[in-house]
Design a protein around this ligand. Structure first.
Ligand SMILES: Nc1ncnc2c1ncn2[C@@H]1O[C@H](COP(=O)(O)OP(=O)(O)O)[C@@H](O)[C@H]1O
Ligand code: SF4
Ligand SMILES: [Mg+2]
Length: 324
């Protein structure tokens, strides 16, 4: 199966106000086969959002690409002009963010904003065609009475409906790749389940990249998973491999921290410590300061990627001990 998205040794530094550079993304390599759903997981601050913004070429100013490639259907996006990226965004790849309120314009109607998303890549569509497509999109994402709702403003929509609107805008031009970055995190649990369900239905045929700190979501909606810690990929594989046979201490910690039915009422496990900021990354394995398995070698040299099988990889000196 061909890959729709491929990161190859992608490196990215963050530059501070004094012009000093710190490496954040360290040789990020992974691929997403066409039609599959890939989850990118890790705690807050691990570099998940920056990784997805690299695909859209919407990186913050402080972010400086330092090497490697990010290819969509074999074409390196890092070599595209801004005009070419303008064509690619929305048509080939679209993104759903966590907070629809910051993405929707409060003074424009929902119908107008979805219409604009359609028009961007269909400039010759008539007003009638755009209205029809807007109504059909609102229906597809489960907004009741779309004929009335297209005249509403974002503040007249609930949080769940606003997120459905964002999904409608993202799928407006049928992009081959959809990226959802913590797209359900701000919603309450029931609405989260409904919006997730909607995304699973809309996924049929397309490729998805789900970015989340919530491993439960990944288990539900993804085929494959990549675990990131402090800008490095520490483990990757199919959801089954990584969840049932975690090989990296960080993955194991994330899984232990997941609430389960049997853990109800008990104190949940927490990985000790916090994700360091980029200025405080340690040489070698960046997880070493928090790792209960750590040996002196871990902080001296970065562990190489060990291939467990065709799909399951881990970067840890002691993975055999972790898996035992
Ligand atoms: N606009 C920005 N300017 C400078 N640093 C940033 C910016 N956005 C994110 N960072 C830093 O990059 C690191 C990774 O952030 P991010 O990709 O948002 O992580 P995640 O999505 O996994 O929570 C963090 O240390 C964060 O402080
Ligand atoms: S390489 Fe060492 S410090 Fe890093 S995760 Fe493995 S055991 Fe822990
Ligand atoms: Mg993020």
């Amino acid at each position: 199966m061909a890959d729709i998205l491929r990161f190859d040794k992608f490196r990215l530094d963050l530059q501070d106000d004094e012009g000093r550079r710190f490496n954040l993304l360290d040789d990020i390599s992974f691929s997403l086969p066409d039609g599959k759903a890939l989850g990118i997981v890790g705690e807050s601050g691990c570099g998940k959002s920056i990784t997805s913004l690299a695909v859209m070429r919407l990186l913050p100013q402080a972010a400086k690409v330092a090497g490697g490639s990010v290819s969509l259907r074999g074409e390196n996006l890092l070599e595209k002009t801004e005009a070419e990226m303008h064509d690619i965004r929305g048509k080939d790849v679209a993104m759903i963010f966590q907070d629809p309120l910051t993405c929707l314009n409060p003074v424009l109607t929902i119908g107008f904003q979805i219409g604009e998303a359609i028009k961007r890549h269909n400039p010759r569509a008539s007003a009638e065609e755009i209205k029809e497509r807007t109504l059909s999109l609102l229906k597809r994402v489960g907004i009741p009475t779309p004929e009335k709702r297209i005249r509403n403003y974002p503040h007249q929509f609930s949080g769940g409906m606003r997120q459905r609107t964002m999904i409608a805008m993202a799928i407006a031009c049928s992009p081959g790749l959809l990226i959802a970055d913590e797209a359900t995190t701000a919603l309450d649990v029931t609405i989260q389940a409904q919006v997730l369900d909607l995304m699973i239905r809309l996924k049929e045929g397309g490729s998805f990249m789900f970015i989340t700190h919530n491993l439960g979501i990944v288990a539900e909606v993804c085929d494959e998973v990549t675990v990131m810690y402090a800008g490095q990929i520490v483990e990757a594989g199919t959801v089954e491999e990584v969840f049932l046979h975690p090989a990296h201490p960080y993955t194991k910690g994330l899984l232990l921290a997941l609430p389960t039915l049997t853990s109800l009422g008990k104190k949940l496990y927490n990985i000790p410590g916090v994700v360091p900021t980029v200025q405080n990354f340690t040489p070698g394995c960046r997880y070493a300061p928090r790792c209960e398995y750590a040996k002196p070698v871990c902080s001296e040299r970065k562990p190489a990627r060990c291939v467990l099988n065709d799909s399951h990889h881990v970067a840890c000196y002691l993975y055999e001990e972790v898996m035992a």
